[in-house]
Design a protein around this ligand. Structure first.
Ligand code: SAM
Length: 299
């Protein structure tokens, strides 16, 4: 191997010149859940599922190095994107140059007020290959703003999607299933293996669609009390409703509703949770403060 000094300069250039591709300079950051999509087939599958129309208000969470962003920009008139990593925010205009109008928000999606992006009468379509480390609190943050959201398409850890779509009696059925299904139509679209990402995550992934319901299938009088009841019921999965819901409803009240108090939360349907919460709402002491759930604990 010749010493570098003896090699003609033009051979050295590709080795020593700084790369112009901003993607090449970015080292994926684990703390931001950065597993970048690099499989064009999966990206096309995602685009086909979203089917964006030119005038729609689309918001991407975590555009990263632009794998989905670039394809969306080719199809829509403008796109909003919320990215936490300021190095990526600096690189994205170059990565997406000439493709369309990209409005970048260097912000934490967990605190971002998505509805502020809408004009009266408009609803957002939200998409993203989400950072898996914050996906559950992010889902709850978005649910709080579902009145301005048309639909959401997300890549998530498969195990989280299992919980989102689970039905009573299934081992994955829990608080996340109930809280999402009372407000949204949830649909798993397809699964994706770790090889589609760089670096590959240690888990399998699934792509999911959520459509906030305009008319609740099971009306709930007090959504905060509903959330509290569901949380309390699942806090100790092995205990019966008689024990977990003590303080909210008596065993007699449950029986009057046709719900066996010796059941566990995992066997109750979303409709039965709504019935319990509405009954608790009628009898609850309105002066008793109801703790707002800590979204980091959601399961
Ligand atoms: N969309 C890109 C792709 O598919 O290749 C990147 C997906 S990567 C799994 C998640 C992205 O979300 C990263 O770009 C990361 O920096 C960003 N991110 C992480 N936490 C975030 C947060 N709290 N708010 C906004 N963006 C976040």
């Amino acid at each position: 191997m010749p010493a570098l000094a003896s090699v003609p300069r033009f051979f050295l250039l590709p080795l020593i010149a700084p790369t112009r591709d901003p993607k090449m300079q970015h080292r994926p950051r684990k703390r931001f859940g950065q597993n970048f999509l690099h499989d064009p087939g999966v990206v096309q599958h995602i685009l086909a599922a979203i089917a964006p129309q030119p005038q729609e208000r689309i918001v991407e969470i975590g555009p990263g190095q632009g794998a989905i962003t670039r394809e969306l920009l080719r199809l829509v008139e403008s796109l909003d994107a919320v990215e936490l990593d300021r190095d990526l925010v600096a690189a994205l205009p170059g990565i997406c140059a000439d493709l369309g109008r990209l409005r970048l928000h260097n912000a934490d999606a967990l605190k971002f007020e998505f509805c502020r992006l809408t004009k009266p009468g408009e609803r957002l379509r939200i998409v993203g290959n989400l950072p898996y480390n914050v996906s559950t609190p992010l889902l709850f943050h978005l649910l709080e703003q579902s009145w301005c959201i048309e639909d959401m398409h997300f890549m998530l850890q498969r195990e989280v999607v299992d919980r989102m779509v689970s039905t009573p009696g299934n081992k994955h059925y829990g608080r996340l299933s109930v809280m999402l299904q009372i407000t949204c139509d949830v649909q798993r679209l397809f699964d994706v293996g770790p090889g589609a990402f760089r670096p590959p995550p240690k888990v399998e992934s699934s792509f999911v669609r959520l459509r906030p319901l305009r008319q609740p299938i099971f009306p709930v009088g007090d959504p905060v009390l509903f959330g509290q009841l569901v949380r309390q019921a699942f806090a100790q999965r092995r205990k019966t409703l008689r024990n977990t819901l003590r303080g909210l409803l008596s065993a007699e009240q449950m029986q009057q509703l046709g719900i066996d108090p010796s059941l566990r939360a995992e066997s109750l349907s979303v409709e039965q949770f709504a019935r319990l919460a509405n009954a608790a709402c009628k009898t609850s002491d309105r002066s008793r403060p109801i703790a707002k759930p800590d979204r980091r604990e959601m399961d």
